[in-house]
Write a protein that binds this ligand. Structure first.
Ligand code: 7PM
Length: 310
């Protein structure tokens, strides 16, 4: 009869306490031009405003700037810690948009929200021209789904403006990414890609405290790839940069549940909670009120209540 292997997993009370103390990412800081944002005591929530006629979930609803601004204010009231404004759909095969058209869509919304909300505003664009104008209009953060690959001017702009950037992984381009996503080791390749693009950013003069990384859930990934990435988030969190995760209403949830985008709320909340436990610092979500409630409970389990003894 073979003997079952028994590993000692006993931690002294003191070791256990140390492990808990080291869990929260207290020293993760993002430096905007106006604020020092201490990530870590709790998970931050990025609410999404798409100012596009063709976005997969909320497309069309917010094409009117006044409506988009009103919705942004509502997202902040619902608990968004920052707002991400995008003017070009990144849906596979979506038509590209010119700088002029993208600015026509997003600038009034950036201006309107800058006047009315205090939270940081992120501009979702891979075009340096759009980022430049949005930053001048009061945006604080650039969310670049190409991680500096699509516009050779982006890195220098970010360095000059000293603003935080989200470097997101995508295999290929929005047009091609879902054709036949292929990896030998998706987690390792995403990590290597992010390290490489961090190198590009640093080389251009972007500061360490301005870098946020993101595995790009749904961007050139199969269902299995997305699940491996979400399961492997600790390997990305351990890179040492603030980690943003966007799974809200994405196709992989639809595939698991057999659900259309408007039936993906519960699945999105499950993914958000999984991301919190995987070490995500920022969750990007459409349904801010619901995600905020789910994440607050996840945070309390993970970190304890604010001010409580750990
Ligand atoms: C099709 C695929 C349509 C993906 C819409 C989407 C992310 C992002 C988006 C993300 C960061 C959506 C996305 N997703 N930016 N922009 N991370 N940093 O669901 O995961 O809104 S667009």
């Amino acid at each position: 009869m073979s003997e079952a292997k028994v590993h000692s997993t006993t931690l002294s009370a003191n070791d256990f306490d140390k492990r808990l103390q080291s869990l929260p990412a207290d020293d993760y800081v993002i430096q905007t031009r106006h604020d020092t944002i201490a990530l870590g005591p709790r998970t931050w929530l990025m609410g999404i405003i798409n100012v596009t006629p063709d976005s997969f979930y909320d497309g069309g609803k917010r094409f009117d700037p006044a409506k988009a601004v009103a919705d942004g204010i509502e997202l902040v009231e619902a608990g968004a810690d920052m707002i991400d404004i995008g003017g070009e759909s990144t849906r596979p095969g979506a038509p590209p948009v010119s700088v002029e058209e993208e600015l026509r869509r997003v600038l009034p919304v950036v201006q309107g929200l800058r006047r009315t909300v205090k939270v940081p505003i992120s501009i979702d664009t891979y075009k340096a021209g759009v980022a430049r104008a949005a930053l001048a209009a009061g945006a604080d953060i650039v969310n670049d789904i190409s991680a500096l690959r699509f516009d050779p001017e982006m890195a220098a702009l970010l360095a000059r403006e000293k603003v935080p950037v989200v470097l997101m992984h995508m295999q290929g381009t929005p047009r091609t990414m879902q054709a036949e996503p292929r990896y030998t080791n998706v987690l390792g390749e995403v990590r290597d890609f992010l390290e490489a693009q961090i190198g590009v950013a640093l080389e251009a003069g972007v500061e360490l405290k301005n870098i946020i990384v993101d595995p790009g859930i749904g961007f050139g990934k199969t269902l299995d790839h997305n699940l491996i990435l979400l399961r492997g988030l600790p390997a990305l969190a351990s890179m040492g940069y603030p980690l943003l995760v966007g799974a809200s209403r994405k196709t992989f949830i639809g595939k698991i549940l057999g659900a259309e985008p408007d039936e993906r709320l519960e699945g999105s909340l499950a993914a958000a909670v999984a991301a919190v436990f995987g070490g995500a610092h920022i969750i990007r979500a459409h349904d801010v009120k619901e995600t905020c409630r789910a994440v607050r409970v996840a945070d309390a389990i993970r970190f304890g209540m604010p001010g409580a003894q750990r």
